[in-house]
Design a protein around this ligand. Structure first.
Ligand code: MSP
Length: 502
């Protein structure tokens, strides 16, 4: 059988400012799932990139007295550079100022127009220049403010082209009926469904005042509202990501769009309708996560409370950052993060629970068995606790339950630590009264370490690679306890998570 293709995306990020930890979070989440699917043998395509048109960029560039393109080039380079530093394994990085994207957007939007889903009209309402979003009445905060950016909204009255979203109400309702897991978690799906059932209005497709945007193919006096240009990246990228190759048939529809709740409406309502209008299949699924908060507030550049991911990594390393965020903040919910919380988890969980376990086990195999893993049987009590975990792990990641899946692995790591305490291999080694039991204990510990480390590959890619190489494990597929017979040579490791300087 050919491998199952699996296409995952992140939002494409605005280049009006530099990347912060919030952006890194979404990209790392998509990366965990991409790596997991590669381990399952899937043919994965993982896309991320930058959203470079629209008012937020126009305004920020004007403030600096530079062109939007110059600002886009500068910040896109920072977003692109962030990937490798946080262990992200994307297959392509799309920039919407890429002429190949622009040409495809024109082609697709012309199709939407030709299919009769566009009309002219007058827009009157509230607009947030930071979200680049026309707010419906329900979305306007007290004092006509944006609930996300806490700024006063602009009242806008202009002649626009409209995308006839209202005509897709029935089709969207049917889509959600048919596909109960189109949006996960459930409470986000319910939000999307109630937004649709509340009645859909047509949405502005163009803006006469916008300069930094793509011209409408059928009316060059108006420029495209950035969200249409942006959403289409998921489709256009496949047509030029590989020179001379069109990946669309292989990867579309996308298997998963990852994002935070701020852009739910665009993805869960407008995007499937736009796909239908363009004659494209809607995406298969999207997972909506919460916000990283600093104190009580969303981490965001405009609120000025951001952690710089480059600085965090400098201190703790990329793996520790990935681990901390998925462990600390229940994926799907909002959650506060802090340097103190980071230090505690680094110390207690990464350095002690996992790092020490690895060092101890490898040191004991070195000392008591000259570095050769004994061949022995699986310990019955340990086997009981490992039983069925791989299946549960896969199920959890199928639902993008990143925190619960990690908790499952951590329970095994803790179980292995208890196994060390219970069996006390150093006592067994003292007079070698029962060498077979010592063999068995060491074998089971190495197996446990191998099995859990394979599960940690998506979360701690660099650390897991290091440890798997020391464990002489070449395969990256998930494995059951006892699936390797022993007999391999292993080495000691220096601490995987060394003490951090204050
Ligand atoms: N350009 C649009 C998205 C277009 S997708 C076709 C956009 N860009 S953005 O730069 O504002 O990025 C928003 C996304 O960044 C969120 O949906 C989320 O994925 C991520 N995050 C930004 N700040 C975040 C937090 N504080 N916490 C969690 N995720 C955050 O919207």
């Amino acid at each position: 059988m050919p491998p199952n293709s699996w296409y995952v995306t992140t939002p494409i990020y605005y280049v009006n400012a530099e990347p912060h930890l919030g952006h890194a979070y979404s990209t790392m989440a998509a990366d965990v799932l991409a790596r997991h699917h590669r381990q399952r043998g899937d043919d994965v395509f993982f896309l991320t990139g930058t959203d470079e048109h629209g008012e937020p960029i126009e305004v920020a560039a004007a403030r600096e007295g530079i062109t939007p393109q110059a600002l886009a080039d500068r910040n896109a380079a920072k977003f692109e550079a962030l990937g490798p530093t946080i262990g992200v394994s994307n297959d392509f990085f799309i920039r919407t100022s890429d002429p190949r994207h622009e040409a495809m957007v024109a082609e697709i939007m012309q199709r939407v127009y030709d299919n009769g889903w566009v009309s002219k009209g007058k827009y009157e309402g509230w607009y947030c220049p930071r979200c680049a979003d026309f707010k419906t009445e329900r979305e306007v905060g007290p004092g006509n403010t944006c609930p996300i950016h806490e700024i006063v909204l602009d009242w806008v009255e202009e002649e626009n082209w409209f995308f006839q979203l209202s005509k897709f109400q029935g089709r969207l309702e049917a889509l959600y009926e048919e596909r109960p897991d189109l949006v996960v978690p459930d409470f986000r799906r319910n939000e999307a469904v109630s937004f649709i059932k509340g009645g859909l209005e047509d949405v502005s497709l163009s803006r006469p005042t916008l300069k930094w945007g793509l011209p409408l193919p059928w009316d060059h006096t108006q420029r495209m509202y950035v969200w249409f240009d942006a959403l289409l990246n998921y489709v256009t990228a496949l047509t030029f990501a590989r020179e001379g190759e069109d990946l669309s048939a292989r990867y579309w529809p996308a298997d998963l769009h990852v994002m935070a709740k701020d852009i739910l409406k665009f993805h869960a309502v407008i995007w499937p309708a736009l796909c239908m209008a363009a004659g494209l299949e809607p995406p298969r699924r999207m997972v909506i996560h919460g916000f990283l908060l600093m104190g009580e507030k969303k981490m965001s550049k405009s609120l000025g409370n951001v952690l710089d991911p480059f600085e965090v990594i400098e201190r703790f390393g990329a793996d520790a950052l990935r681990f901390y965020l998925f462990r600390e903040v229940s994926f799907g919910q909002d959650g506060s993060i802090s340097t103190a919380g980071f230090e505690a988890r680094y110390e207690n969980e990464l350095a002690n629970d996992y790092g020490n376990l690895a060092s101890r086990v490898l040191a004991m195999v070195d000392r008591y068995r000259s570095g050769t893993v004994p061949e022995a049987a699986v310990d019955a009590t340990l086997a009981e606790d490992f039983e069925g975990t791989l299946e549960r792990f896969r199920e959890l990641l199928d639902r993008a339950e990143l925190t619960q899946a990690l908790e499952l692995v951590w329970a095994l790591v803790r179980r292995l630590n208890r196994f060390v305490e219970e069996t006390q291999p150093w006592v067994l080694a003292r007079d070698e009264a029962d060498p077979e039991r010592l063999d068995e204990v060491l074998y089971n510990l190495v197996e446990g370490l191998r099995v859990t480390t394979l599960m940690l590959v998506p979360y701690l890619p660099a650390t897991a690679e290091r440890l798997l190489s020391v464990l002489a494990e070449e395969d990256r597929a998930l494995a059951e306890l006892g699936s390797r017979p022993g007999g391999q040579s292993v080495e000691r490791v220096p601490p995987l998570f060394p003490k951090i300087e204050a």
